[in-house]
Design a protein around this ligand. Structure first.
Ligand code: GLN
Length: 252
């Protein structure tokens, strides 16, 4: 088998990559739409066909996608999104089928067991990642982030922007996605940033994170295709953005 690293077999049955962008109407407040655009673009640069499926919150989440993207949002839309995703069940079924899911901030919190909603109440998440989120007691975590990705994932340093009040604790069923060098990440004070288990990822990084870190988009595409490597694709524009944001994040 060409791809043993992630321990899964290819599930991309059709000739085009199906990229599902979950709830653009509720969870796209911080430019996370860019993640869908970058995944699409990085696939096209390799000559892959892409079918992007934007699923509004009044629609059901299809279970046949290859890559699911879910973004950040403010507290009230986050509660509505969690409620609808729980009732719909599509994302959970997709995860049970081994789908690749990449979630950001509010989306990350929703994938966990629970978070604190805009009413100050504990709200159930989807339980797809063994994490839980409480409301941070201190100042909101806001600013540029530099983080080293979990070495098992073999990715370059991450640059991103965080803006959250939630503090996310990791259970034993996940590994940290990354470790912060600059910034707060999960906000627990232990340096962890995001969470990862198998093909499900969570991060606090906006940016959008894929535009600042095209290697993350490439990783998702490799997982979907069940390959270890992709043909090279130009990164000039991404490299310029990375250099600018890495310099901005470093303390003077
Ligand atoms: N509302 C959540 C929080 O503040 C998520 C914010 C976000 O998605 N950027 O923790």
């Amino acid at each position: 088998a060409p791809q043993q690293q992630f321990g899964r077999s290819s599930r991309m049955s059709e000739s085009s990559l199906r990229v599902v962008w979950v709830y653009p109407d509720l969870l796209s407040t911080y430019g996370d739409r860019g993640n869908a655009l970058v995944v699409e673009r990085r696939a096209q640069q390799r000559g892959l066909g892409v079918q992007r499926i934007d699923v509004r919150s009044d629609q059901s989440v299809p279970t046949s996608g290859d890559i699911y993207l879910i973004g950040g949002g403010e507290d009230r839309p986050q509660r509505l999104a969690a409620e609808r995703l729980r009732n719909d069940g599509g994302l959970v079924r997709a995860a049970e089928n081994g789908a690749i899911i990449f979630s950001v901030c509010a989306g990350f919190q929703i994938l966990g067991h629970e978070f604190v909603n805009d009413l100050g109440e504990r709200e159930a998440g989807l339980g797809l990642l063994d994490v839980w989120t409480v409301r941070g007691e201190g100042a909101r975590c806001v600013g540029d982030v530099l983080a080293d990705v979990n070495p098992q994932l073999n990715l370059p340093q991450l640059t991103g922007f965080e803006n959250h009040q939630g503090v996310t604790h990791l259970g034993e069923g996940v590994s940290p996605f990354a470790t912060v060098q600059v910034g707060r990440g999960n906000g627990t004070g232990d340096g962890t940033e995001g969470a990862w288990r198998d093909t499900v990822f969570g991060t606090y990084l906006h940016g959008p994170v894929m535009a600042r870190n095209p290697a993350v988009a490439d990783m998702l595409i490799k997982l979907a295709l069940d390959v270890n490597a992709l043909p090279p694709a130009d990164t000039t524009w991404y490299d310029a953005l990375r250099a600018e944001r890495i310099a901005a994040a470093r303390p003077a």
